[in-house]
Write a protein that binds this ligand. Structure first.
Ligand code: BES
Ligand code: MN
Ligand code: ZN
Length: 506
């Protein structure tokens, strides 16, 4: 785990392995960003010129490494691109700083300590830089190095020292604490997503969640397969029955002593999605360990809310199952009786996420929370629609959907509002049951959303985040986003919980 400190030291006097500065794209070449004045001075005021000679332009994502001149206590200077310099009187966008800090932290894997001298004008900037650095420093190495202590892969950058944030100022301290709690939980969600499915079974996930919850005073209830049967959770059981690893429904309850508002979070936790009897073809199942990313995000958000003592109540529901084909698996054509009492004809066992979510959504609805948000790697169709970096937001309440979208924007997560067109419902009509788990192929992401909507209690504002695109990153790392699990939507959920607690939503 990477440590974060706020330092009052000047950029020229701090001892570290590297000093990170910002460089923006100016009209006539690279421009050194605020925060790096002392560094520029050590370069005789020629840092921008040196960077230009080295081919740097200040473009976003660009990383240039320079040996330090005499006068600095760090052997290396790392200049990260910030993109176009903001207009006079305008600050850098928080997400720009977050990504730049992340890119720098990534290149510093294996280093002990790096000082970040990026532009800070307000606590939000310090928080974004801290978040970016702590997220960029992430490395998943648990399965590498042959178990040897040395000679293994590089660990993450060990310490981030933030310059330009005021360590004795309460607001800056709070921003740092928030960044630490949120990023540690995001990184824990990433670990869960990256853990191979032979190790992360529903039972193992439930055990990790229980242990973490207990540490921060969050109440945990785990329904095992017997309890699920007794409770009538036909959706979760139907998905899990083909696997040797039985399903679980985990409830996490974070209660604030004074606040009366409650947000319920529901996560899809398919620890492996083979497709079941409607087996996925090769090429479509290699990354399906990521299919529990929604549950990981919900878990992370509840624990982060508890660690921060947010003035709101948050319940987290993790619907955990493994979707496998076997002689005991649900067949296409089977009818499941769901927890809500509705029957579902399973036409495609690969449309399993909506089945586990339906049970958890109905269960969550019984407590009449002020709002419900579910998070799921639900459909390939959402990736076709929005690409790999943007999650879709669907809702039964337009104002709530807008609020969720704005919240995501605020914390720097890409998302887009999607409709739930009523005409797509008839495609799920079943001759045998109340509804089928599949409908028209066109608009498949919205069809899935319409299915979920039927399992949300009357009068509750609900939003569905389809994170199938951004949950798992297969391309080259960028900014603070590593390969593999990303922790998508955790920052949105935490901020949303805060807003609901403060009563500034609908
Ligand atoms: N887990 C998948 C969706 C998915 C695909 C997530 C790719 C991440 C990357 C989901 O369970 C699924 O298989 N959905 C089907 C639904 C279809 C059978 C109606 C899909 O999208 O093809
Ligand atoms: Mn599936
Ligand atoms: Zn799935």
């Amino acid at each position: 785990m990477t440590a974060l400190t706020l330092s009052t030291a000047g950029a020229a006097t701090l001892r570290a392995d590297a000093l990170v500065v910002g460089v923006a794209k100016g009209a006539k070449g690279p421009v050194v960003a605020p925060g790096a004045e002392a560094v520029d001075k050590a370069f005789d005021g020629k840092l921008a010129a040196v960077l230009e000679t080295l081919g740097a332009s200040g473009a976003e994502g660009e990383v240039t490494k320079l040996p330090s001149p005499a006068g600095l206590k760090t052997p290396v200077v790392i200049a990260v691109g910030l993109g176009a310099a903001p207009a006079k009187d305008e600050a850098y966008a928080a997400e720009t700083l977050r990504r730049a800090a992340g890119a720098a932290a990534r290149t510093l894997a294996g280093a002990k300590k790096a000082a970040f001298a990026l532009p800070i004008e307000a606590t939000e900037d310090a928080e974004a830089i801290a978040e970016g650095a702590l997220l960029g420093a992430y490395a998943f190495t648990a399965y590498q190095g042959g178990g040897k202590k040395d000679g293994g892969p590089k660990g993450p950058l060990a310490e981030v020292a933030l310059l330009g944030a005021k360590p004795r100022d309460k607001a800056y301290k709070a921003a740092a604490e928030r960044a630490i709690a949120v990023t540690e939980e995001i990184n824990r969600a990433r670990d869960l997503v990256n853990t191979p499915p032979n190790d992360l079974t529903p039972e193992a996930f439930a055990a990790v969640a229980s242990a973490a919850a207990k540490e921060v005073g969050v109440k945990v209830q785990v329904l095992d397969e017997k309890a699920l049967l007794k409770g009538g959770f036909g959706g979760i059981l139907g998905v899990g029955q083909g696997s040797q690893n039985p399903p679980r429904l985990v409830k996490l309850t974070y209660t604030h002593a004074k606040d009366s508002k409650t947000l319920a979070l529901v996560g899809k936790g398919i620890t492996y999605d083979s497709g079941g009897i409607s087996l996925k073809p090769a090429g479509h199942n290699e990354t399906m360990k990521c299919d529990m990313a929604g549950a990981a995000a919900v878990f992370a958000a509840v624990i982060a809310a508890a660690r921060l003592g947010l003035p709101v109540n948050v319940t987290g529901w993790l619907a955990l199952a493994e979707n496998m084909p076997s002689g005991s698996a649900t067949r296409p054509g089977d009818v499941l009786r769901m927890y809500s009492g509705k029957t579902v004809e399973v036409l495609n066992t690969d449309a399993e996420g909506r089945l586990v979510l339906a049970d958890a959504l109905w269960k969550a609805s019984e407590e009449k929370p002020d709002a419900i948000v579910n998070v799921a790697t639900l459909t390939g169709a959402m990736m076709v629609a929005l690409g790999n970096r943007t999650f879709g937001i669907m809702s039964n309440d337009d104002a709530f959907r807008t609020a969720v979208h704005e919240t995501a924007e605020e914390v720097g997560e890409q998302s887009w509002p999607m409709p739930l067109p009523a005409d797509l419902r008839k495609g799920m009509d079943s001759p045998t049951a109340d509804i089928a788990n599949m409908g028209e192929r066109m608009g498949g992401g919205l069809v899935a959303g319409l299915f979920l909507k039927e399992f949300v209690g009357e009068g509750i504002s609900w939003a569905h985040l389809d994170i199938a695109g951004p949950a798992f990153h297969e391309g080259a790392p960028y900014g603070y986003t590593p390969k593999g699990g990303t922790g998508s939507s955790v920052r949105t959920l935490v901020r949303l919980a805060e807003r609901i607690g403060a009563g500034d939503l609908g």
